[in-house]
Design a protein around this ligand. Sequence first.
Ligand code: PLP
Length: 448
Amino acid sequence: MNKPGHSLDWVSRSLASVWQPCTQMKDHEAYPLIAITSGKGGWLCDDQGRRFIDGISSWWTNLFGHANPRINQAITEQLNRIEHVMLAGFTHQPVVELSERLSALTNGQLGHAFYASDGASAVEIALKMSHHFWKIQGKPNKKEFICLANSYHGETLGALSVTDVSIFRDAYGSLLNPVHIVMSPDSRAATDRNSSEEIIDLALQNLEECLAKHHQTIAALIIEPLVQCAGQMAMHAPRYVKRAKQLCEQYDVHLIADEIAVGCGRTGTFFACEQAGIWPDLMTLSKGISAGYLPLSICLSTDTIYSAFYSDRISATFLHSHSYTGNPLACRAALAGLDIFQEDGVLEKNKVRSQSIQEAFAWARDHASIEHVRQQGMIFAFDVNAAAISNPGSFSKMMFQEGLQEGVLIRPIGRTVYVIPPYILSADEIQQMGRAIERTLHTVLQKS
Ligand SMILES: *Cc1c(COP(=O)(O)O)cnc(C)c1O
């Protein structure tokens, strides 16, 4: 048994054997790994007996807390029936029920669910499906994509092609397909000369120019509606999404809404697109869809797209598969999550919760070193002034480290500090989180 204060032996062995995601492993000479041994509700516990509020829902996945009794029970019941079976030629109840419920949540507009295991794969599916659709329509030249500046859609090669993040472009640009990058409607670009409304107009103008010029070779526009999450939580008004959809229709281009991060209630409505009053042609879901329990992703599509592939022609078969496609345990976790949304009136209660978040971070509004305080539903973010940070390269890592000392898990993106908490924190826990982050920032700004 491990005693508090004594690191488990496997923790020290981790660095040698486990290559961590998006991590310079040498950094861990200075920053020891944190060994998480259990979790309960909004809290994570390490092997030293320390507790941290999970301010980022374990990479934006966990919606209803760790070790949630209702989800645990649903998975356990499924485990005792069938843990996994291939989906091709076979089907099972959890995957059918989940597809039907997602269809109902889109008013039947996105009634066909294609399954994979991670977000990037769902994006690959959407890109392939869009191009293949146009090919079937006799328009094989429609094979290019438009994405927004500062976009993030995952890290496999197709998803990375529509991702505009310089470190990825610098490292893997030579492996990527060319892409059309249009102006982001990021509200932070507003200045004394241009209001955030004017920024949206400019971004739409830029999009329309791109569509007008290239629509014959463009298959789809991919966007993250309302919040570019990995793009430093850059936010924009629903008006952009609504007009982008109209322009896509006008120029015969698909709209792919990547709701992997913004879906599942994160922005206040179940889908972010609802706030713009539109449905896309293709929508990707992952992260919160399985309530943070198991890898699951989905690409939802319209009748129009599905029926184009429904054919006697082999060439009109959508060719994509993963070994764990539609895993029953993951689908069951997702269904348990959807039950909780319904039974507990989660979206309604989150309105109160996002109000509490705003109150817990009232200190940030008039903090001399903070700018662009912003919130969309259960996403709250602010930027720390570049001038206040003497060592920009290590600011985020220091915030993470100091945050743990204060009992909160945060992982800033550059100088953007944000919380994306699970939908179960009490008003008290939210207050605690706000105070912990205030203290963390204070310490880091003094040290850096
Ligand atoms: C996380 C994320 C992805 C990629 O999902 P993975 O499961 O990490 O592959 C794609 N798009 C958006 C918007 C995301 O936030």
